[in-house]
Design a protein around this ligand. Structure first.
Ligand SMILES: *[C@@H]1O[C@H](CO)[C@@H](O)[C@H](O)[C@H]1NC(C)=O
Ligand SMILES: *[C@@H]1O[C@H](CO)[C@@H](O)[C@H](O)[C@H]1NC(C)=O
Ligand SMILES: *[C@@H]1O[C@H](CO)[C@@H](O)[C@H](O)[C@H]1NC(C)=O
Length: 461
């Protein structure tokens, strides 16, 4: 009997979550990208990581920390990179234009034009999370901009800084939103002038999840998840009579109204982070579930890439967004959900199924196309038949039956049917789902329903 690790990294060929992009996204249409953080214990090595991005047809990646090896591996892929400048480098970069120039040389110019850095995301929610560094934010941006311009890349590399949504006050209804007044004169006006002059976006980290969890039941879950609302339940902005069917659009419009109040309507909004955790503390964080994460991220992708209806205020302008995040960052501290925002585990195994079906050219393959091989129903396969097929699969068939041994994750339920399903699926996946590899004389059948349960993960997941 073959004894191997069942949870060895799955073959990339069998990962079916495909975040592809419509062909025109690279040409300026809205895109959906992913945030890539590296607080991951089992992160794929750079070359495999980049192969994984290409397999998933990810066209835009936001690197939460600048990692030279990943930047090097991205060369020649055409993937657009948004590079984050960490908070702890702001002071040095803001204080010295030569430090800024050295940073740009090291992380951007060195890889240019092989690796396409198109955005610098300077600092992380500095105005709200790190106010003592706020005076250095614009100087850092200007020094970086000067270095980029000196290299002749000012048309290629746009520079901005991501804000927490909390810089916007009174966001609902959106028409009454405005930027925190305390921040406007010293920081936001000069920043917006720079963004406007350089055709750079206002970066926002936008989390309907937090609005929902902090609102204490006022916001309907369906609105946060882009689900259809019952008739009469959509929000109508009394000042504009615009109808809001989801929280995401309302938050974007709150930003547009805030910009308009300061006469910067021309500055576009770019969502640098948005997402939903697929797990958390079941009592403290009841909305952090795989089902909700699937609904949010799948519907977000559909909303931005397929419907492309803009927002109620600006139907012509569909924002682009980076999903937070590609991989579960298991090394991060914080509430239970903090390590569970990923679409995948660090080795590329899907964290949950994303149902982005019916999206035309957007998806090369739907996650629902993942298939498994399990025992046929009792009417078609009686236990004796299953036992014989199980013995054959784990013996001559060389299926990997380690996971159903006593003490292993798939030992329970300890039934012939459950064990046969596992062995059949192992055999089927090992044979590349080839025709005839899920037969066992009629004792097995193919299913699209993932038979994994609890800690028991079936091969092919
Ligand atoms: C830095 O700023 C000084 C003073 O404005 C200027 O003379 C110098 O050329 C700048 N250096 C770089 C690398 O931009
Ligand atoms: C607005 O920003 C100021 C300056 O950072 C901060 O002290 C204040 O708490 C903010 N106001 C609100 C309501 O968040
Ligand atoms: C915006 O423009 C209007 C009309 O030109 C002007 O009255 C207003 O003061 C401006 N607001 C700001 C914040 O500059």
């Amino acid at each position: 009997m073959a004894v191997e690790f069942l949870l060895s990294p799955p073959s990339l060929l069998f990962l079916f979550l495909l975040l592809a992009i419509p062909p025109d996204a690279a040409a300026g249409g809205p895109f959906v990208g992913v945030n890539l953080g590296t607080d991951v214990s089992n992160l794929l090595p750079p070359a495999d990581l980049v192969a994984f991005l290409r397999l998933q047809r990810i066209s835009h990646v936001r690197l939460l920390s600048p990692v030279l090896e990943i930047l090097a591996a991205l060369a020649g892929t055409g993937i657009r990179v948004c590079l984050c400048v960490p908070n702890n480098q702001l002071l040095a970069i803001g204080a010295s234009n030569s430090t800024a120039a050295a940073w740009v040389a090291r992380y951007v110019l060195h890889f240019h034009p092989g690796t396409l850095v198109t955005l610098l995301s300077v600092g992380d929610e500095v105005l709200t999370a790190n106010p003592s560094a706020a005076p250095m934010l614009l100087p850092a941006i200007l020094n970086l901009a000067a270095a980029v311009a000196a290299a002749g890349l000012d048309k290629t590399v746009k520079i901005s800084t991501p804000h927490s949504f909390s810089v916007i006050h009174n966001p609902f209804p959106p028409s009454q939103a405005y930027f925190n007044q305390t921040l406007v004169a010293p920081y936001l006006l000069p920043l917006l002038r720079f963004l406007s002059d350089t055709a750079a976006p206002l970066m926002l980290n936008l989390y309907p999840y937090y609005v929902l969890t902090l609102a204490g039941g006022v916001v309907p879950l369906d609105s946060a998840l882009f689900r259809p609302l019952p008739p009469g339940k959509e929000e109508v902005d009394p000042n504009t009579l615009l109808h809001y069917t989801n929280l995401f659009d309302a938050m974007i419009d709150a930003a547009y109204f805030s910009l308009r109040n300061l006469n910067f309507s021309g500055v576009p909004v770019l969502v640098t982070e948005t997402g939903w955790p697929h797990g958390g503390d079941s009592r403290q964080e009841p909305h952090a579930t795989a089902e909700n994460a699937d609904a949010y991220n799948s519907n977000l992708i559909r909303h931005l890439l397929l419907e492309r209806a803009g927002t109620p205020l600006r139907p012509e302008a569909t924002p682009s967004a980076y999903i937070y995040e590609l991989f579960d960052e298991d090394l991060r501290a914080g509430p239970a959900s903090e390590t569970k925002w990923g679409l995948f585990a660090g080795d590329g195994a899907p964290a949950y199924l994303l149902h982005v079906a019916g999206s035309g050219g957007f998806l090369a393959k739907d996650t629902a196309e993942r298939t498994f091989c399990v025992a046929a129903p009792p009417a078609e396969a009686e236990e004796r038949t299953l036992q014989a097929a199980l013995d054959w699969a784990c013996g001559p068939g060389k299926a990997d039956c380690a996971g159903i041994q006593p003490g292993e994750a798939c030992y329970a339920p300890n039934s012939v049917r459950a064990h046969a399903s596992y062995a059949f699926d192992s055999y089927y996946q090992r044979h590349g789902k080839a025709a005839g590899s899920c037969s066992f004389h009629g004792a097995a059948m193919v299913t699209t329903t993932d038979p994994s349960h609890g800690r028991c993960i079936f091969p092919g997941r």
